[in-house]
Design a protein around this ligand. Structure first.
Ligand code: TRP
Length: 676
């Protein structure tokens, strides 16, 4: 048996040389072993699949027994039994289960057997996986201590642990703070990070914390049952409870109000590594719109709805044909659109509501989509339009405060005016359109905002939007502000409406805004008369995202200048961006392209033409030619050239219209007035 003191000396000698970090307290080493085993047992992972990071010695900085480590659960989104999730409740449930399992172990009085082995012998016995990055750097003959607890832990602790698990009294996981415990459930990476604090045992008789009782064996073979560690099974009751809880959460979210949609279990979509994420703050990954409709619980726009729309608009000679966004199902999903059209047919007044969060001065092509479509709906139904500019939202989520300069709220108010120019340039009917800044107009909506506040709990908002205790209170309050314009009574002058009004409301928006309106629809009945045709619920029509230049996944971002065409770009900029950056679905060589043709689904130039080229025949012609690699549009170059022409014309016409929008014009559009 090696003398423990020798090891301790060795350790401290090497510490003297490298200095920096004091040795890890035994309590922390013990808790680390327990947690490491418990995480794997709870989620049902196999030791051979996991990769554990080196322990971060937070105890050195914070002078309390605390540390942090991460367990990577395998490359393929958690090769483990439990299906990890990133929803707030899901993460809480996972971390709670781990904490509970760890503490229940502490009370079981389990011996911790530690044994010293040379690095090479250790590897020979248990495989490379037992080493972490730091151990791997050590010479082959270095002595290492390996510890085991029953058959659920086998690991190299950061220092010598206690002799028994019950020599520490409690383990608490720290969560909900930046840098604390977390769960990542990506398609390529599943990781649980644990930040923990140990409560050391206080010995009443000694009037001190229990001092470490150490025992290290040199030639003991305690690890016979290790094979079970290599199976993917849940190894404790807390894990089984967690599995049930997560399944239940999954059911209830897909039935009601899913917050974040992470399609981790889908077969990976082609041409993308990222998991699909769609929520109000983030859109990324390859978007599976069918799945989105299913998860959100909305409806596809089907032939019946299209026919009904056709009859009520084109059929009344208000517009020559259905908008290309409808023909091509770029607006692809809806809620209660059929019911709304029915109400309109029976003579109930309808208004349109859409909006924009003014976060940057220059808008890009993607931002135009809802406005172009809303303008068409305005013509097609001869309906009034209200447009909300959520300068308050952008300040709450993205604004800042500087001790010297103060805050930048006024900046967002200014952006409202700049963006309003672009919106006006979309060609809305000035008599029938009201654009408003929340900062100015919120007073009129306030009674409805208060009603919505009263009807929605913090838990509900937090779970829909992923807020937690660290979110500023504006974030929690804001969704009611976006909900309020869904009720005509928020516009006493503009729509000449009051609490008895029967107006129905239709909201065209990109599908990432849906969470706001699920919340709205859930409480809508409390804000309208009992006789309201849709129970007060606004109807919705959702668009797909406009893909960024670099690839047909996610949506375009204004912070990445090369991923977008801005409404301020010159003809040359448009041409060079498309030529340089538009992702091509064409083949690598001329021969292959002429033989196989391009993949139109991932080809950005073709996808953009679907959004902006009006002529169906021409679009079909291009699709046929480019898709087969034969004829006029056989090559990416030819398709890009056509796209450049289309966009140069569109942007130029927009710029010409925008140039006419003076401050005075903006003022007129934003003045509270009746638009009926
Ligand atoms: N939250 C939206 C954004 O960030 C702006 C918005 C407010 C909106 N109300 C809306 C969008 C209604 C669509 C429909 O852009």
């Amino acid at each position: 048996m090696t003398e423990v003191t020798d090891i301790a000396k060795d350790v401290s000698k090497s510490k003297e040389r490298t200095v920096v970090v004091p040795p890890c307290p035994s309590s922390v080493a013990t808790a680390y072993l327990v947690l490491r085993g418990v995480v794997v047992a709870v989620v049902g992972a196999a030791m051979k699949d996991i990769d554990v990071s080196t322990l971060q010695p937070l105890y050195a900085k914070e002078s309390r027994p605390t540390a942090k480590f991460g367990i990577n659960l395998g490359k393929k989104s958690g090769d483990c039994v439990i299906e990890l999730t990133e929803s707030r409740e899901g993460i809480d449930a996972i971390l709670d289960a781990i904490q509970e399992a760890a503490n229940s172990l502490l009370t079981q009085n389990l011996p911790i057997i530690s044994c010293e082995l040379k690095k090479k012998d250790l590897v020979q016995k248990y495989g490379e996986e037992i080493l972490d990055a730091q151990h791997k750097k050590l010479p082959e003959d270095s002595p290492l201590i390996v510890s085991c607890i029953q058959d659920f832990v086998l690991a190299i602790p950061p220092s010598v642990p206690f002799l028994n698990t019950n020599e520490i009294s409690k383990i608490v996981l720290e969560k909900n703070e930046p840098g604390s415990s977390s769960v990542v459930a990506g398609k390529r990476k599943a990781e649980i990070t644990i930040k923990f604090v140990v409560t050391e045992k206080y010995d009443e008789t000694e009037q001190s914390f229990v001092s470490p009782s150490l025992q290290v064996l040199s030639n003991f073979e305690p690890f016979k049952k290790i094979s079970s560690l290599n199976e993917r099974v849940i190894r404790c009751p807390e894990g089984r409870k967690l599995a049930a809880k997560l399944a239940q959460l999954k059911d209830s979210t897909s039935a009601a109000t899913p917050a974040k949609v992470n399609m981790n279990n889908e077969t990976p979509a082609e041409n993308t590594d990222e998991a699909m994420v769609v929520n109000v703050e983030e859109v990324k990954g390859k978007i599976d719109y069918k799945k989105l409709v299913k998860e959100f619980g909305s409806n596809h726009i089907d032939e019946d709805i299209i026919n009904q729309l056709h009859e009520m608009t084109v059929g009344k000679n208000r517009v020559p044909f259905l908008h290309r966004f409808l023909r091509r199902r770029i607006f692809f999903s809806h809620r209660d659109l059929g019911a709304l059209l029915g109400a309109v047919q029976s003579g109930i007044p309808m208004y349109l509501y859409t909006g924009r969060g003014p976060s940057s001065e220059s808008m890009h092509l993607g931002h135009l989509i809802p406005f172009l479509f809303t303008k068409w709906l305005q013509d097609a139904f001869d309906a009034p339009v209200v447009i909300q500019m959520t300068d308050d939202e952008k300040f709450i989520f993205k604004g800042n405060y500087d001790d010297q300069k103060g805050d930048n709220l006024e900046h967002f108010r200014q952006l409202t005016v700049e963006n309003a120019r672009d919106i006006i340039a979309c060609g809305f009917n000035p008599q029938k359109t009201f654009i408003f800044s929340d900062l100015d107009y919120v007073g009129k909506m306030y009674p409805n905002i208060v009603r919505i506040w009263k009807a929605v709990t913090t838990n509900v908002v937090s779970s829909i939007f992923g807020f937690d205790g660290s979110s500023n209170i504006g974030k929690i309050a804001f969704p009611a502000v976006q909900a309020a314009p869904s009720f005509a009574s928020s516009f006493p002058t503009v729509l000449n409406a009051d609490r008895n009004s029967s107006h129905v409301c239709l909201i065209p928006c990109a599908i990432d805004q849906d969470p706001y309106f699920r919340m709205t629809r859930d409480v809508a009945h409390k804000l309208v008369p009992k006789t309201h045709r849709l129970g007060g619920k606004p109807a919705l029509i959702h668009s797909k995202f406009f893909p960024p230049l670099q690839g047909a996944a996610g949506k375009m971002s204004s912070s990445e200048t090369n991923s977008a065409i801005f409404l301020t770009d010159t003809a040359e900029e448009i041409e060079s961006k498309i030529k340089k950056h538009a992702f091509s679905g064409g083949q690598e060589t001329k021969e292959k392209q002429q033989e196989l043709g391009a993949d139109l689904d991932v080809d950005v130039s073709f996808q953009w033409l679907r959004f902006f080229l009006e002529d169906d025949d021409e679009l079909n012609y291009i699709a046929k030619s480019y898709g087969s690699g034969k004829g006029e549009y056989w090559s990416t170059g030819a398709v890009k050239k056509r796209l450049v022409e289309v966009l140069q014309t569109l942007v130029k016409e927009h710029q010409d219209r925008r140039a006419l929008v003076t401050d005075q014009v903006v003022y007129e559009w934003m003045k509270e007035r009746c638009i009926l």
